[in-house]
Design a protein around this ligand. Structure first.
Ligand code: XIL
Length: 328
Protein backbone atom coordinates (compact mmCIF):
# COMPACT_ATOMS: atom_id res chain seq x y z
CA UNK A 1 0.00 0.00 0.00
CA UNK A 2 1.24 3.49 -0.79
CA UNK A 3 1.35 5.88 2.10
CA UNK A 4 -1.44 8.10 0.73
CA UNK A 5 -3.82 5.25 0.11
CA UNK A 6 -4.51 4.56 3.77
CA UNK A 7 -5.20 8.17 4.58
CA UNK A 8 -7.29 8.61 1.45
CA UNK A 9 -9.47 5.62 2.24
CA UNK A 10 -10.66 7.38 5.40
CA UNK A 11 -12.07 10.23 3.35
CA UNK A 12 -15.68 10.93 4.06
CA UNK A 13 -16.42 11.97 0.50
CA UNK A 14 -14.99 9.67 -2.16
CA UNK A 15 -12.46 11.44 -4.35
CA UNK A 16 -11.67 10.15 -7.81
CA UNK A 17 -10.45 10.99 -11.28
CA UNK A 18 -11.12 10.33 -14.92
CA UNK A 19 -8.61 7.91 -16.41
CA UNK A 20 -7.02 8.04 -19.84
CA UNK A 21 -6.65 4.57 -21.33
CA UNK A 22 -3.28 5.06 -23.07
CA UNK A 23 -1.19 6.03 -20.05
CA UNK A 24 -3.07 3.55 -17.86
CA UNK A 25 -1.40 0.87 -19.97
CA UNK A 26 2.04 2.42 -20.29
CA UNK A 27 2.81 4.82 -17.43
CA UNK A 28 3.53 3.22 -14.07
CA UNK A 29 3.79 6.61 -12.35
CA UNK A 30 0.29 7.40 -13.55
CA UNK A 31 -1.05 4.14 -12.15
CA UNK A 32 0.71 4.81 -8.87
CA UNK A 33 -0.80 8.29 -8.62
CA UNK A 34 -4.30 6.96 -9.24
CA UNK A 35 -3.85 4.29 -6.58
CA UNK A 36 -2.42 6.77 -4.12
CA UNK A 37 -5.06 9.46 -4.47
CA UNK A 38 -8.30 7.96 -5.76
CA UNK A 39 -11.17 6.00 -4.28
CA UNK A 40 -13.08 5.94 -7.53
CA UNK A 41 -12.39 6.09 -11.23
CA UNK A 42 -14.25 6.89 -14.41
CA UNK A 43 -13.13 6.39 -18.00
CA UNK A 44 -12.29 9.65 -19.75
CA UNK A 45 -13.41 7.75 -22.81
CA UNK A 46 -14.20 4.14 -23.51
CA UNK A 47 -17.84 4.20 -22.43
CA UNK A 48 -18.91 6.83 -24.91
CA UNK A 49 -21.00 5.61 -27.83
CA UNK A 50 -18.25 6.16 -30.38
CA UNK A 51 -15.88 4.00 -28.35
CA UNK A 52 -18.33 1.26 -27.38
CA UNK A 53 -20.38 0.99 -30.57
CA UNK A 54 -18.32 1.30 -33.79
CA UNK A 55 -21.20 -0.45 -35.54
CA UNK A 56 -24.76 -1.24 -34.45
CA UNK A 57 -24.07 -4.89 -33.68
CA UNK A 58 -20.63 -4.46 -32.14
CA UNK A 59 -19.86 -3.67 -28.51
CA UNK A 60 -16.17 -3.09 -27.74
CA UNK A 61 -15.52 -3.48 -24.03
CA UNK A 62 -11.71 -3.57 -23.98
CA UNK A 63 -11.18 -0.12 -22.48
CA UNK A 64 -13.85 -0.24 -19.80
CA UNK A 65 -12.91 -3.80 -18.87
CA UNK A 66 -9.28 -2.75 -18.46
CA UNK A 67 -10.25 0.17 -16.25
CA UNK A 68 -12.67 -1.85 -14.12
CA UNK A 69 -10.06 -4.54 -13.61
CA UNK A 70 -7.57 -1.90 -12.46
CA UNK A 71 -10.14 -0.28 -10.16
CA UNK A 72 -11.25 -3.56 -8.61
CA UNK A 73 -7.69 -4.82 -8.17
CA UNK A 74 -6.95 -1.68 -6.16
CA UNK A 75 -10.16 -1.46 -4.18
CA UNK A 76 -11.54 1.52 -6.06
CA UNK A 77 -15.10 2.12 -7.15
CA UNK A 78 -16.25 3.07 -10.64
CA UNK A 79 -18.47 5.62 -12.32
CA UNK A 80 -19.86 5.17 -15.82
CA UNK A 81 -19.71 7.97 -18.40
CA UNK A 82 -21.95 8.29 -20.42
CA UNK A 83 -25.16 6.77 -21.82
CA UNK A 84 -26.82 9.61 -23.74
CA UNK A 85 -24.80 12.54 -25.05
CA UNK A 86 -24.84 14.56 -28.25
CA UNK A 87 -21.08 14.18 -28.79
CA UNK A 88 -18.71 11.23 -29.29
CA UNK A 89 -21.33 9.52 -31.40
CA UNK A 90 -20.46 7.00 -34.11
CA UNK A 91 -21.61 8.03 -37.60
CA UNK A 92 -24.18 5.27 -37.85
CA UNK A 93 -25.94 6.43 -34.69
CA UNK A 94 -26.12 9.99 -35.97
CA UNK A 95 -28.22 8.63 -38.83
CA UNK A 96 -30.95 7.26 -36.55
CA UNK A 97 -34.38 8.37 -37.73
CA UNK A 98 -37.80 8.47 -36.15
CA UNK A 99 -39.15 7.65 -32.75
CA UNK A 100 -39.24 3.88 -33.05
CA UNK A 101 -35.72 3.32 -34.30
CA UNK A 102 -34.15 5.94 -32.05
CA UNK A 103 -35.83 4.81 -28.86
CA UNK A 104 -35.09 1.18 -29.66
CA UNK A 105 -31.36 1.88 -30.11
CA UNK A 106 -31.13 4.06 -27.01
CA UNK A 107 -32.88 1.43 -24.91
CA UNK A 108 -30.88 -1.47 -26.31
CA UNK A 109 -27.64 0.38 -25.69
CA UNK A 110 -28.46 1.23 -22.10
CA UNK A 111 -29.86 -2.21 -21.30
CA UNK A 112 -26.80 -3.87 -22.78
CA UNK A 113 -24.11 -1.68 -21.26
CA UNK A 114 -25.63 -1.02 -17.83
CA UNK A 115 -26.75 -4.64 -17.70
CA UNK A 116 -23.27 -5.90 -18.45
CA UNK A 117 -21.75 -3.95 -15.58
CA UNK A 118 -24.66 -4.30 -13.18
CA UNK A 119 -23.45 -4.17 -9.60
CA UNK A 120 -19.94 -3.10 -10.64
CA UNK A 121 -20.66 0.49 -11.66
CA UNK A 122 -22.63 2.04 -8.81
CA UNK A 123 -23.03 5.45 -10.45
CA UNK A 124 -23.83 6.40 -14.04
CA UNK A 125 -23.89 9.65 -15.98
CA UNK A 126 -27.09 8.69 -17.74
CA UNK A 127 -27.64 11.95 -19.61
CA UNK A 128 -24.76 14.29 -20.31
CA UNK A 129 -25.07 17.93 -21.34
CA UNK A 130 -28.81 18.04 -21.96
CA UNK A 131 -28.83 21.85 -21.88
CA UNK A 132 -28.09 23.89 -24.99
CA UNK A 133 -25.26 26.40 -25.17
CA UNK A 134 -26.26 28.75 -27.95
CA UNK A 135 -27.14 32.00 -26.25
CA UNK A 136 -29.02 33.51 -23.34
CA UNK A 137 -32.08 31.29 -23.80
CA UNK A 138 -31.01 27.91 -22.50
CA UNK A 139 -33.11 25.06 -23.84
CA UNK A 140 -32.75 21.45 -24.82
CA UNK A 141 -29.54 20.76 -26.70
CA UNK A 142 -29.77 19.51 -30.28
CA UNK A 143 -28.76 15.90 -30.65
CA UNK A 144 -29.92 12.84 -32.48
CA UNK A 145 -31.79 12.00 -29.27
CA UNK A 146 -33.63 15.31 -28.88
CA UNK A 147 -34.26 15.59 -32.63
CA UNK A 148 -36.10 12.28 -32.73
CA UNK A 149 -37.55 12.02 -29.24
CA UNK A 150 -37.66 15.54 -27.82
CA UNK A 151 -37.10 15.93 -24.09
CA UNK A 152 -38.61 12.48 -23.64
CA UNK A 153 -35.21 10.94 -24.52
CA UNK A 154 -34.14 11.90 -21.00
CA UNK A 155 -37.08 10.05 -19.46
CA UNK A 156 -36.42 7.02 -21.60
CA UNK A 157 -32.71 6.93 -20.78
CA UNK A 158 -33.33 7.12 -17.03
CA UNK A 159 -36.18 4.60 -16.98
CA UNK A 160 -34.11 2.16 -18.99
CA UNK A 161 -31.04 2.59 -16.80
CA UNK A 162 -33.16 2.18 -13.67
CA UNK A 163 -34.56 -1.10 -14.96
CA UNK A 164 -31.11 -2.33 -16.01
CA UNK A 165 -29.53 -1.68 -12.58
CA UNK A 166 -32.02 -0.78 -9.87
CA UNK A 167 -29.25 -0.09 -7.34
CA UNK A 168 -27.16 2.34 -9.38
CA UNK A 169 -27.08 6.08 -8.73
CA UNK A 170 -28.46 7.73 -11.89
CA UNK A 171 -26.99 11.14 -12.64
CA UNK A 172 -27.85 13.99 -14.96
CA UNK A 173 -24.59 15.77 -15.68
CA UNK A 174 -23.88 19.24 -17.04
CA UNK A 175 -21.43 22.12 -17.14
CA UNK A 176 -21.53 25.89 -16.77
CA UNK A 177 -23.54 25.84 -13.54
CA UNK A 178 -20.96 27.40 -11.25
CA UNK A 179 -19.92 30.88 -12.31
CA UNK A 180 -21.03 34.40 -11.38
CA UNK A 181 -22.06 35.15 -14.94
CA UNK A 182 -25.42 35.77 -16.61
CA UNK A 183 -24.87 32.68 -18.68
CA UNK A 184 -24.24 30.41 -15.70
CA UNK A 185 -27.22 31.88 -13.91
CA UNK A 186 -29.45 31.10 -16.92
CA UNK A 187 -28.09 27.57 -16.98
CA UNK A 188 -28.80 27.04 -13.28
CA UNK A 189 -32.36 28.22 -13.85
CA UNK A 190 -32.80 26.01 -16.91
CA UNK A 191 -31.43 23.00 -15.03
CA UNK A 192 -33.80 23.54 -12.11
CA UNK A 193 -36.74 23.83 -14.52
CA UNK A 194 -35.69 20.63 -16.25
CA UNK A 195 -35.24 18.78 -12.95
CA UNK A 196 -38.71 19.90 -11.85
CA UNK A 197 -40.29 18.62 -15.05
CA UNK A 198 -38.45 15.31 -14.68
CA UNK A 199 -39.58 15.00 -11.07
CA UNK A 200 -43.18 15.78 -12.05
CA UNK A 201 -43.00 12.97 -14.62
CA UNK A 202 -41.49 10.56 -12.04
CA UNK A 203 -38.25 10.15 -13.98
CA UNK A 204 -35.80 8.24 -11.76
CA UNK A 205 -32.97 10.79 -11.53
CA UNK A 206 -31.01 10.51 -8.27
CA UNK A 207 -28.40 13.18 -8.58
CA UNK A 208 -27.16 16.22 -10.40
CA UNK A 209 -23.55 16.12 -11.52
CA UNK A 210 -21.62 19.37 -11.68
CA UNK A 211 -19.05 18.76 -14.39
CA UNK A 212 -17.22 21.79 -13.01
CA UNK A 213 -14.85 22.52 -15.84
CA UNK A 214 -14.28 25.85 -14.12
CA UNK A 215 -13.23 28.78 -16.29
CA UNK A 216 -10.28 30.19 -14.33
CA UNK A 217 -11.14 33.77 -15.20
CA UNK A 218 -14.69 33.56 -13.81
CA UNK A 219 -15.54 33.85 -10.12
CA UNK A 220 -17.66 31.12 -8.59
CA UNK A 221 -21.00 32.50 -7.42
CA UNK A 222 -20.84 30.95 -3.98
CA UNK A 223 -24.21 32.21 -2.76
CA UNK A 224 -26.08 31.32 -5.91
CA UNK A 225 -24.43 27.91 -6.17
CA UNK A 226 -25.38 27.17 -2.55
CA UNK A 227 -28.94 28.29 -3.23
CA UNK A 228 -29.02 26.15 -6.36
CA UNK A 229 -27.71 23.11 -4.47
CA UNK A 230 -30.31 23.59 -1.79
CA UNK A 231 -33.07 23.80 -4.43
CA UNK A 232 -31.75 20.59 -5.96
CA UNK A 233 -31.63 18.91 -2.53
CA UNK A 234 -35.19 20.07 -1.83
CA UNK A 235 -36.27 18.04 -4.84
CA UNK A 236 -34.82 14.97 -3.15
CA UNK A 237 -31.73 14.83 -5.34
CA UNK A 238 -28.08 14.45 -4.38
CA UNK A 239 -25.27 16.38 -5.97
CA UNK A 240 -21.75 15.39 -6.93
CA UNK A 241 -18.79 16.84 -8.79
CA UNK A 242 -17.98 14.77 -11.84
CA UNK A 243 -15.35 16.42 -14.06
CA UNK A 244 -13.56 19.03 -12.00
CA UNK A 245 -10.68 20.98 -13.54
CA UNK A 246 -9.74 24.62 -14.03
CA UNK A 247 -9.55 25.99 -17.54
CA UNK A 248 -6.52 28.22 -17.21
CA UNK A 249 -5.99 29.59 -20.70
CA UNK A 250 -6.87 33.13 -19.58
CA UNK A 251 -5.00 33.00 -16.26
CA UNK A 252 -1.64 34.67 -15.53
CA UNK A 253 1.51 33.00 -16.81
CA UNK A 254 3.12 32.96 -13.37
CA UNK A 255 2.70 29.40 -12.14
CA UNK A 256 2.35 30.18 -8.45
CA UNK A 257 -0.26 32.79 -9.14
CA UNK A 258 -2.05 30.57 -11.61
CA UNK A 259 -2.13 27.55 -9.31
CA UNK A 260 -3.37 29.72 -6.45
CA UNK A 261 -6.27 31.02 -8.52
CA UNK A 262 -7.13 27.50 -9.68
CA UNK A 263 -7.16 26.25 -6.08
CA UNK A 264 -9.29 29.21 -5.06
CA UNK A 265 -11.91 28.42 -7.72
CA UNK A 266 -12.03 24.79 -6.62
CA UNK A 267 -12.25 25.80 -2.96
CA UNK A 268 -15.09 28.20 -3.71
CA UNK A 269 -17.11 25.58 -5.55
CA UNK A 270 -16.57 22.83 -2.99
CA UNK A 271 -17.27 25.29 -0.19
CA UNK A 272 -20.52 26.43 -1.81
CA UNK A 273 -21.68 22.82 -2.05
CA UNK A 274 -20.44 21.79 1.41
CA UNK A 275 -22.23 24.72 3.01
CA UNK A 276 -25.44 22.93 2.04
CA UNK A 277 -24.70 19.22 1.75
CA UNK A 278 -22.09 16.55 1.22
CA UNK A 279 -21.57 15.73 -2.43
CA UNK A 280 -21.69 11.98 -3.02
CA UNK A 281 -18.33 12.20 -4.81
CA UNK A 282 -15.72 14.65 -6.03
CA UNK A 283 -14.14 13.59 -9.31
CA UNK A 284 -11.52 15.49 -11.30
CA UNK A 285 -11.24 15.12 -15.09
CA UNK A 286 -7.78 13.61 -14.96
CA UNK A 287 -5.30 13.55 -12.11
CA UNK A 288 -2.14 15.08 -13.61
CA UNK A 289 -1.45 18.05 -15.88
CA UNK A 290 0.53 15.56 -17.98
CA UNK A 291 -2.70 14.08 -19.36
CA UNK A 292 -5.56 16.52 -19.79
CA UNK A 293 -8.14 17.38 -22.42
CA UNK A 294 -7.91 21.11 -21.65
CA UNK A 295 -5.29 22.06 -24.29
CA UNK A 296 -7.41 20.48 -27.03
CA UNK A 297 -9.92 23.30 -26.58
CA UNK A 298 -8.23 25.88 -24.37
CA UNK A 299 -4.59 26.07 -25.34
CA UNK A 300 -2.79 29.07 -23.88
CA UNK A 301 -1.80 31.79 -26.33
CA UNK A 302 1.62 32.18 -24.65
CA UNK A 303 2.54 28.58 -25.43
CA UNK A 304 2.81 27.59 -21.76
CA UNK A 305 1.35 24.24 -20.77
CA UNK A 306 -2.09 24.20 -19.14
CA UNK A 307 -2.25 23.37 -15.44
CA UNK A 308 -5.89 22.34 -14.86
CA UNK A 309 -5.50 19.38 -12.49
CA UNK A 310 -4.52 18.55 -8.89
CA UNK A 311 -1.10 17.04 -9.69
CA UNK A 312 1.52 18.68 -11.89
CA UNK A 313 3.20 16.99 -14.86
CA UNK A 314 5.59 15.24 -12.49
CA UNK A 315 2.86 14.04 -10.15
CA UNK A 316 3.61 16.59 -7.46
CA UNK A 317 0.64 17.85 -5.47
CA UNK A 318 -0.48 21.34 -6.39
CA UNK A 319 -2.44 23.74 -4.17
CA UNK A 320 -5.61 22.42 -5.82
CA UNK A 321 -4.96 18.96 -4.39
CA UNK A 322 -4.54 20.35 -0.89
CA UNK A 323 -7.80 22.25 -1.27
CA UNK A 324 -9.62 19.13 -2.43
CA UNK A 325 -8.21 17.00 0.38
CA UNK A 326 -9.30 19.55 2.96
CA UNK A 327 -12.80 19.53 1.51
CA UNK A 328 -13.27 15.77 1.26
C1 XIL B 1 -13.43 14.78 -23.28
C2 XIL B 1 -12.20 13.93 -23.07
O1 XIL B 1 -11.53 14.39 -21.94
C3 XIL B 1 -11.31 13.99 -24.27
O2 XIL B 1 -10.22 13.12 -24.12
C4 XIL B 1 -12.11 13.64 -25.52
O3 XIL B 1 -11.33 13.82 -26.63
C5 XIL B 1 -13.34 14.50 -25.63
O4 XIL B 1 -14.11 14.39 -24.45
N1 XIL B 1 -17.38 17.07 -20.98
C6 XIL B 1 -17.55 15.70 -20.90
C7 XIL B 1 -16.42 14.80 -21.20
O5 XIL B 1 -18.60 15.24 -20.46
O6 XIL B 1 -16.83 13.57 -21.73
C8 XIL B 1 -15.41 15.45 -22.10
O7 XIL B 1 -14.30 14.57 -22.19
C9 XIL B 1 -15.01 16.81 -21.60
C10 XIL B 1 -16.20 17.72 -21.51
Amino acid sequence: LFEGAAAASHSAIPFGAAVSDGPLQTDAAYQKALIEHCQLLVGEGGMKWADLRPSPSQYVYDQPDRLIAFAEANGMKMRGHTLAWYAAMPDWALQLKGETETSRELMTHIETVVGRYKGRIPSWDVVNEALSDDGPRVGLRDSVWSANLGEYYIDLAFHTARAADPAAQLVINDYGLEAATAKSSARRRAMLDLLRRLRDRDVPVQALGFQAHLPGNEEIDKDEVSRFVSDVKDMGLDVLVTELDVIDDQLPADIKERDAIAAKRVGALLGAILDVTRPTAVVTWGITDRYTWVPIWYKRADGQANRPLPLDEDYREKPMMRTIKQAV
